[in-house]
Design a protein around this ligand. Structure first.
Ligand code: RAM
Length: 356
């Protein structure tokens, strides 16, 4: 990646104005702030963070390349931050993006003496008995990517939920001239992030009376299922003009299916994808533009926030701030949330410059 672009990725707010088209070892046993912590907050972190904390990074599922990027040492994600801070970080989850698959991994992490959990929630409520029991034990629970607001200390949000939802619709609208049948190919039906974005998509669609959402289908963040439902969309909707897939697994499956069909260029695909997985489909005209944030930065920031909280350097109160290493300063906002930055928009003109 070019030096200037690297800087841009480290400073998402800069990119927003510049190029967004649309607008396991033992620890010393620490106790963390409870979810209800609300000390008034203009404090900021200073001094040393605790080291040797056991921090478990628990994505929705293992084997999803998006989470490999957000979490791994190699990409500079969550485990890289934990390594830099001298913590004991490990990634664990189930293989399916479901609560039934994820909950045992959370329980196992607690049983192993976790000081902090960094979780992308597969469901807004099903994880709560397990996560709230962890918080009661003094374990810091940070959600990232996908939130469970009733059972975490802090949520690290990748980008404004409203902005993601509305911009997905306006991107597709501009490509299909505000008119025609469209479908949404989501991840799982319980995924909090996908459902929140879809809510804003539906709201935004009211501004486009000639665009008709014909169905929402679920690929479960599983390549095989996502491919099958994408094929079903083409079969059942001969007049389909566009597919929005707010999941990296779904958009890839949709792009592959459309690209290999006679409908390439007639059904336009957009959504949230990784630049590397979309290059081929941008080049062949299946995808004109799509969005994402830097997943590695998201994981890095979430891990940093978890360590700040578990070290009691900050609380989750509005106004608390800390410096997340290479990413700079972040401040806790309303709803015990930290925002990484606006999403990037990728298209033919810039995609070759990104490698993730
Ligand atoms: C998938 C997951 C994840 C989402 C990304 C965009 O990999 O569903 O939660 O944020 O796509």
């Amino acid at each position: 990646m070019k030096g200037s672009l690297r800087r841009v990725l480290l400073l998402p707010a800069v990119l927003a104005t510049a190029s967004v088209v649309l607008a396991a070892c033992s620890s010393s046993g620490t106790s963390a702030p409870a979810a209800s912590s609300s000390s008034s907050g203009s404090g900021s972190s200073s001094g040393a963070l605790k080291t040797g904390l056991k921090v478990f990074v628990i994505p929705k599922n293992l084997g999803n390349p998006y989470f490999t990027t957000s979490d791994s040492v190699k990409s500079g994600g969550a485990l890289a931050a934990l390594q830099q801070l001298g913590e004991t970080g490990s990634e664990t989850s189930g293989t399916a993006a479901t609560p039934a698959s994820q909950i045992p991994a959370i329980q196992a992490a607690v049983a192993k003496g976790a000081n902090a959990l960094v979780v992308s929630a597969t469901d807004p409520s099903a994880l709560c008995p397990t996560l709230n029991a962890a918080i009661k034990k003094g374990i810091t629970v940070v959600t990232y990517d996908s939130d469970a607001p009733a059972c975490r200390t802090l949520f690290v949000n990748q980008a404004s939920t409203a902005q993601i939802g509305t911009s997905e619709v306006s991107l597709l609208a501009s490509e299909i001239h505000d008119s025609g049948q469209i479908a949404i190919l989501s991840a799982t039906a319980s995924a909090p992030n996908q459902n929140a974005w879809i809510g804003f998509m539906k709201q935004e669609l009211t501004k486009y009376p000639k665009m008709k959402l014909v169905t929402t289908v679920y690929g479960n963040d599983d390549p095989t299922t996502a491919t099958q439902v994408a094929q079903g969309l083409l079969q059942h909707y001969p007049n389909l003009k566009g597919i929005i897939s707010p999941t990296t697994v779904g958009i890839l499956a949709a792009a592959q299916v459309v690209s290999a069909s006679s409908r390439r260029g007639k059904v336009l695909v957009t959504g949230l994808g990784t630049p590397d997985s979309m290059k081929k489909y941008v080049s062949d005209g299946t995808v004109k533009a799509f969005e994402l944030w830097n997943p590695a930065n998201l994981g890095y920031l979430a891990a940093y926030a978890a360590v700040e909280l578990a070290s009691k350097k900050i609380t989750n109160a509005t106004g608390q701030s800390f410096t997340a290493g290479k990413l700079g300063k972040f401040t806790v906002g309303a709803g015990h949330t930290i925002l990484l930055g606006p999403p990037f928009v990728f298209s033919k003109s810039n995609i070759s410059q990104f490698n993730f």
